[in-house]
Design a protein around this ligand. Structure first.
Ligand SMILES: *[C@@H]1O[C@H](CO)[C@@H](O)[C@H](O)[C@H]1NC(C)=O
Ligand SMILES: *[C@@H]1O[C@H](CO)[C@@H](O)[C@H](O)[C@H]1NC(C)=O
Length: 870
């Protein structure tokens, strides 16, 4: 080859390396090639094409990165910040490569003897690097990778790459999008802010509030929030998007990230400084550089935990300042009957003052009035005697919320009718624009079934010849659950908002209810067909409204049913709180749901201790359709998590709910579900305590000497048993476990430890109340029933001596089998009920039952304790 040729060749190559073809080099679909007419030997040509490949890759990479950058800046459906960061880094690599080409040009000018083979050697490494980048780029663009997926793909490419230069370069590439990720991570974990305009981060905000507003100015986190808003923010506003968590992070670590940001927001809103910057800064620096380290996954995990723990420590300070300890004492005092004098006063009631089982709603004030008065009295006494000042008596409320109610016949005590609705022959008549609400709340915090049946009737079949007129007729109705407004409130509201003449549409009332769930039902019949062939068109629509009141449609469906004159239609709603699924069935015998939607009622339930008001509103029909009178025939609500009290005892406390509005931020520990567990314990304790008190007040009649003696003995035995059981619950279980809990609260500097201790406390107490032990609970219930039968018998003097003996025998059997179960639990060494041995000790069963069926020993036991309490 002549020098001239050689010079020209080198120039062509240099130009091609910079991405320009022409002359000797042509671009094909997937490479740069030497043009067919050339003067090269085969060996030279091959070598040349190897060099040209580098140029081709550089050109493709450049095209790719510039198109990414263009799209990114154009806005709209963009490839995202991660991809943009990657493009910038690709450009950097290319820039360096181009510099190298320029340097080479100078070198050639100085040393024209440079050979192709030297050149190839110089670009060997670039060839590796650029082809790895090119592969990655192909992957990104063909699969449209963004966010975490992009990060993962780059991470994998890098881990698989051999050769330190290549790996180094790929790591440097990864650092680009890695920085974006780390910036999002630190903005969230240190400042409580989501900076994610392109929806790439694994934490998302659920209220749909656009994140652009967050990024530039940011919301004002120094503003305090109301307790319910704050709770909503904590529980619902931010969610983890699992699919957006990069594989570098375990799901658990991702959850810690979510927690940390939320906690920082809580701290900031309370004017509580998050952990000081100097403590945080090291971790942030480590995070920033993690992608240039050997094991970024490990570094990420460690720094995230460190940040999280620092924040959790601050959170614990905040809780301590908010007097967590004192509030836990209050919870124990009221829910777990720690305030003995309080309950002495409260339960000192005549029998008829107690709620009756299955009685359903009893009037406007849900508590029986004597119980309410007694509650007020006990609370006043309590406030006078305790000088703590932490308890806000208004935060505490006792309500009666039936777990089940079944209404077949309506009256004003059960249903509040308004705006023209009325009760007629035991049914609710709903003309257009009217409303009817249940006076009592229903429980919606767990799974439940709600059902109603309705009937459509021509307004007045005798006067109008409506049956012969063409057109359509029907009715439209909404069933609404909402926790905020009582029926009385709603009625006042209507008066307030009513203009001079017109009554606002019920529809408008729905809209201003705030959080709610509404089922809208439209029933329309085409009149033109003969009666027998008539079909009704049914439309069901489910709406849910958030705090702002803006409702969104969850689902809708449309179907036809035969319209038989005066037929009663049943509509059922099934809510599954685990799956958060609501199903609507139309027709009493429907097995498949007509409509189905995912909805989280927990959000709404959480406002009012899991309870909600529920009511009907009759809505206007579409224009041109005639509205007929609608009657509600039955109305039913049933929780699926009934307590297992004995069904034969006619009074108990299972429908009583104690509400305590724990001030924010304590609900971080004492969550809604904790309060529900407290309530369950409360209902059991109250039942036992009440039974014991009534036994103690009992005065057996001494007229009949034998019967009197028997009654006195049985009373003593029952009293002894129940006193000991109660003391076991209150002292051995509650008091001891609570002490342990308080020790943790006082000594721990970690939020998580406190949460765990509180959970453990509740679960230990639940276990030792035998709520999870079927057999023990069964025996306790039997003992409770015997006490009830005995009490009634004494009060009415209804039992003969023989029957009294029989009752005594039953009781002895019950106690025997109760203790037998306890012994066998002890024998198998059940580690879950370590405190049980104390109950055995209290009842002294070891002594008693070691003699097996020795009646003498049994008698001596009865004698010993028969006199212990008398
Ligand atoms: C709960 O029970 C376990 C043993 O079952 C015990 O180790 C722990 O201290 C108890 N915790 C509380 C708070 O009572
Ligand atoms: C019950 O358990 C306690 C302690 O675990 C033990 O001391 C006692 O002997 C046991 N009683 C029986 C009857 O097994």
């Amino acid at each position: 080859m002549s020098d001239e040729h050689s010079h020209g060749l080198m120039n062509e190559v240099l130009v091609a390396l910079l991405g320009y073809t022409g002359g000797l080099v042509v671009e094909t679909e997937d490479s740069f090639r030497v043009a067919p007419e050339n003067f090269l030997a085969e060996g030279e040509k091959q070598m040349l094409e190897k060099i040209l490949k580098v140029g081709y890759l550089a050109k493709k990479l450049h095209d790719f990165s510039s198109s990414l950058r263009r799209e990114h800046l154009a806005g709209g459906d963009t490839p995202g910040h991660y991809a943009y960061a990657m493009a910038l880094r690709v450009e950097d690599v290319l820039e360096k490569f181009r510099l190298k080409v320029v340097e080479l040009e100078e070198e050639i000018a100085e040393n024209p003897k440079l050979q192709l083979v030297d050149m190839l050697a110089k670009f060997q490494e670039d060839s590796f690097v650029l082809s790895a980048l090119h592969q990655m780029m192909m992957q990104v663009s063909s699969r449209e990778l963004r966010g975490a997926a992009l990060l993962d793909a780059m991470w994998q490419t890098m881990s698989r790459a051999g050769g330190s230069t290549l790996q180094h370069c790929l790591a440097w590439q990864l650092e680009g999008p890695g920085r974006v990720f780390v910036n999002q991570l630190t903005a969230w974990m240190v400042y409580g802010r989501l900076i994610d305009p392109e929806n790439e981060f694994f934490i998302q905000r659920c209220d749909g509030q656009s994140l652009q507003t967050e990024g530039s100015h940011g919301e004002d986190l120094s503003q305090p929030m109301g307790p319910s808003e704050a709770q909503r923010e904590w529980h619902r506003l931010f969610m983890l998007r699992r699919e957006a968590v990069p594989k570098l992070l375990s799901l658990d670590t991702a959850r810690q990230v979510l927690f940390t940001g939320k906690a920082v927001r809580v701290l900031l809103r309370r004017g509580f400084a998050p952990p000081p910057p100097e403590r945080v800064q090291d971790e942030v620096d480590t995070l920033r550089s993690c992608f240039s380290m050997k094991r970024p996954s490990y570094v990420l995990h460690r720094s995230i935990l460190a940040l999280r723990n620092a924040v959790a420590g601050r959170l614990q300070d905040l809780l301590r300042e908010a007097q967590l300890r004192e509030h836990l004492e209050i919870l124990k005092g009221f829910y777990l009957l720690g305030y003995g004098a309080f309950y002495q006063t409260l339960l000192d009631l005549p029998q008829h003052a107690l709620p009756q089982r299955g009685a359903g709603p009893r009037g406007t004030s849900s508590l029986p009035s004597m119980l309410r008065d007694s509650w007020e009295k006990a609370l006043t006494e309590h406030m006078e005697s305790s000088s703590k000042g932490v308890l806000d008596p208004n935060a505490l409320r006792l309500q009666l919320v039936p777990r089940a109610l079944d209404l077949h016949s309506f009256d004003a005590r059960k249903v509040k009718v308004m705006a023209g609705a009325r009760v007629d022959k035991g049914m609710i008549l709903l003309p257009a624009h009217s409303m009817a609400w249940l006076q009592n709340k229903v429980r919606i915090s767990g799974s439940f079934q709600h059902a109603f049946s309705f009937q459509l009737r021509p307004a007045d079949p005798t006067t109008t010849s409506s049956a012969s007129r063409p057109g359509e007729y029907g009715a439209r109705l909404a069933l609404c659950f909402q926790p905020r407004w009582s029926p009385q409130d709603l009625q006042k509201r209507r008066h307030l908002e009513r203009g001079a003449e017109e009554i606002p549409e019920p529809l408008e009332i729905w809209k201003c209810l705030g959080e709610s769930l509404t089922l809208e039902l439209q029933y329309c019949v085409l009149r033109s067909l003969p009666q027998r062939e008539r079909m009704a068109e049914v439309t069901l629509q489910l709406f849910s409204a958030g705090a702002s009141g803006v409702s969104s449609e969850l689902c809708a469906c449309n179907f036809q049913v035969p319209d038989v004159d005066q037929m009663i239609h049943m509509v059922r709603l099934w809510y599954d709180s685990e799956k958060m699924e609501l199903q609507v069935f139309f027709g009493a015998d429907a097995v498949a749901p007509s409509a189905k939607a995912c909805v989280d009622l927990g959000d709404m339930a959480h406002l009012e201790m899991g309870c909600s008001y529920v009511g009907f509103s009759s809505l206007p029909l579409e224009h041109g359709r005639e509205r007929e009178a609608l009657r509600i025939v039955t109305w039913r609500h049933q929780c699926r998590d009934r307590l297992d009290f004995d069904d034969t005892s006619d009074r108990n406390f299972e429908d009583l709910t104690l509400t305590y509005q724990v001030p924010w931020p304590l609900p971080l520990i004492v969550t809604q579900s904790c309060l529900e567990r407290y309530n369950r314990l409360f209902q059991h304790l109250l039942t036992y305590r009440h039974a014991t008190m009534r036994l103690q007040h009992l005065q057996p009649d001494a007229d009949d000497e034998e019967r009197g003696r028997l009654a006195a003995a049985l009373k003593a035995q029952l009293c002894f048993f129940w006193t000991q059981v109660l003391q076991f619950f209150l002292q051995d279980v509650v008091e001891a476990s609570h002490q342990k809990l308080l020790e943790v609260v006082t000594s721990s500097s970690s939020f998580d430890e406190v949460v765990a201790a509180h959970e453990e406390f509740l679960s230990n107490v639940t276990t030792h109340f035998f709520l999870e032990h079927r057999e023990l609970r069964k025996e306790l219930t039997a003992a409770l029933r015997i006490a009830e039968v005995f009490r009634r018998a004494v009060e009415t003097a209804a039992l003969s001596g023989k029957e009294m003996r029989r009752l005594q025998h039953d009781f002895a059997e019950t106690v025997r089998s109760f203790s037998g179960i306890m012994l066998s639990i002890n024998r198998t060494g059940n580690v879950k009920m370590p405190l049980l041995v104390q109950l055995s000790g209290r009842l002294d069963f070891n002594n008693y039952f070691s003699g097996e069926t020795d009646t003498k020993r049994a008698q001596s036991w009865w004698q010993k304790y028969g006199s212990a309490d008398g």
